[in-house]
Design a protein around this ligand. Structure first.
Ligand SMILES: NC(=O)c1ccc[n+]([C@@H]2O[C@H](COP(=O)([O-])OP(=O)(O)OC[C@H]3O[C@@H](n4cnc5c(N)ncnc54)[C@H](O)[C@@H]3O)[C@@H](O)[C@H]2O)c1
Length: 412
């Protein structure tokens, strides 16, 4: 089996993909790229591979595929450059920041004929894979309603460590944008696509000590309501509310299933009333198994999800068949972020979700560069918060700068 030679850009989160791109999957890590030279050299030494601070030079390295773990809001332009350089691409979330970027990304994948995979790892957590298996087996009938939550609060020091600089994306992406950890599992379990969206943004509270000590410009959280292409309804909840949890619930016409919210959170709760069936009601909690690679996935990050993204990427490259999380699904999930924010800024009114599998829809959005990036703000662009610009408290900025300096970040 010919090895797939892989390069990774971004040595924070990218370390996980780098560690997983091993011979057990027929992959070989050959190069790393990061502008933060000190971290890059450290990780490069750890893996014993070539290092680059310049992405174009990195793309000249003799390799087949690139994994993008650079900044959240810059994946699409980097994916386009890598595809144009003849590399297969796996991209961290989000696939694109704007709708125009989504259109360009899809067109580039189609034109180059290369593999693109969206590295949304949450669908591959053990309970989500089990829910997909049971849904496809018909165990809960037709999909009616789903809920998914990615609630990830953290203290201000940890946030500052993860987000060096006032303009780091974690300090300004609007609260609807990090939506694929919740939407990904729902689309994966039920094979549905979003068609309409209503976004609701949850502002911070002044009596939240984390907020007082934070340099974040964005709001606390968002709730997103979706209509899906089979008529079902979905609710997503994400980001910094208190009460950490990752949770998915799927209701069908004959039953419901969800992972547990407490205790063994990767266990599945399955319920079937069986009112009119010739069967006893079912009410069970059990530990599901991975359908494949159980041993390898057991120790991988994010409940095994990090292992399966690499598996599916390698399989797609080798077979030439697009992965399940292909560019269409990746972009469809990612554009819910900006569309839900647009809705939230318009009194949460309903917005149609374009289907970029058709060129007719793409043409309408190919110039839609509406972006919340404060470093490239232009007239008509949104601010990171629905409440407008926030004055960052002096103490929050001083504390954050101290942490950034301790970690070797000298910027503002
Ligand atoms: N799927 C998951 O579970 C998961 C978990 C954490 C992070 N992520 C995603 O991974 C990505 C990276 O997140 P992170 O936590 O590592 O933090 P991060 O965004 O701060 O790290 C990005 C890294 O890329 C480097 N970088 C940025 N621009 C570059 C450029 N032009 N050239 C070379 N290097 C560049 C930065 O120096 C940094 O080391 C984000 O998109 C995030 O959403 C996903």
């Amino acid at each position: 089996m010919k090895k797939i030679r892989v390069g990774v850009i971004g040595v924070g989160r990218g370390r996980s993909a780098a560690a997983g791109a091993g011979p057990h999957l027929g992959m070989e890590l050959v190069a790393l790229c990061d502008t933060w030279e000190e971290k890059l050299l450290q990780v490069g030494e750890e893996f014993g591979v070539a290092t680059y601070t310049d992405f174009d030079k990195f793309l000249e390295h003799d390799m087949d595929a690139v994994i993008l773990a650079n900044y959240f809001h810059q994946h699409a332009p980097f994916a386009v450059r890598a595809l144009n350089a003849g590399k297969h691409v796996m991209s961290e979330t989000s696939a694109c920041l704007t709708l125009a970027e989504g259109v360009e990304l899809i067109r580039t994948v189609e034109r180059t004929g290369l593999t693109y995979m969206f590295a949304e790892n949450y669908p591959f957590m053990v309970f989500n894979q089990e829910m997909r298996r049971r849904y496809l087996a018909g165990d809960i009938g037709s999909f009616m309603y789903g809920e998914a939550e990615y609630v990830h609060p953290m203290d201000s020091n940890r946030h500052a460590r993860l987000s060096p600089g006032v303009n780091h994306w974690r300090n300004w992406i609007p609260a609807t944008y990090y939506c694929t950890h919740a939407l990904g599992p729902i689309m994966y379990v039920t094979d549905t696509w979003p068609t309409k969206v209503n976004g609701f943004v949850v502002p911070n509270r002044e009596d939240d000590p984390v907020h007082q000590l934070s340099v974040r410009q964005n709001d606390a959280a968002s709730m997103i309501a979706l209509r899906m292409d089979d008529g079902s309804v979905v609710k997503l909840l994400q980001v910094y509310l208190r009460g950490h949890g990752v949770w998915v619930r799927i209701h069908g016409s004959r039953g419901a299933m969800e992972n547990l919210r407490h205790g063994e959170r990767d266990h599945l709760y399955f319920r079937q009333e069986n009112y009119h069936e010739d069967a006893e009601p079912v009410d069970e909690i059990y530990a599901p198994d991975f359908p494949e690679y159980a041993e390898e996935a057991a120790t991988a990050g994010h409940g095994g999800g990090d292992f399966f993204t690499n598996v599916h990427f390698a399989n797609a490259i080798r077979s030439g068949e697009p992965p399940y999380l292909d560019v269409y699904r990746g972009v469809a999930m990612s554009i819910i972020g900006p569309l839900a924010y647009r809705s939230a800024l318009d009194d949460s009114n309903t917005i149609d979700v374009p289907d970029f599998r058709t060129e007719a829809a793409r043409v309408q959005y190919e110039d839609d560069h509406w972006s919340p990036d404060p470093t490239a703000h232009k007239e008509g662009d949104p601010l990171p918060s629905i409440l407008g610009k926030r004055e960052i408290p002096d103490k929050a900025l001083d504390d954050a700068r101290e942490i950034w300096r301790e970690n070797g970040y000298q910027g503002d």
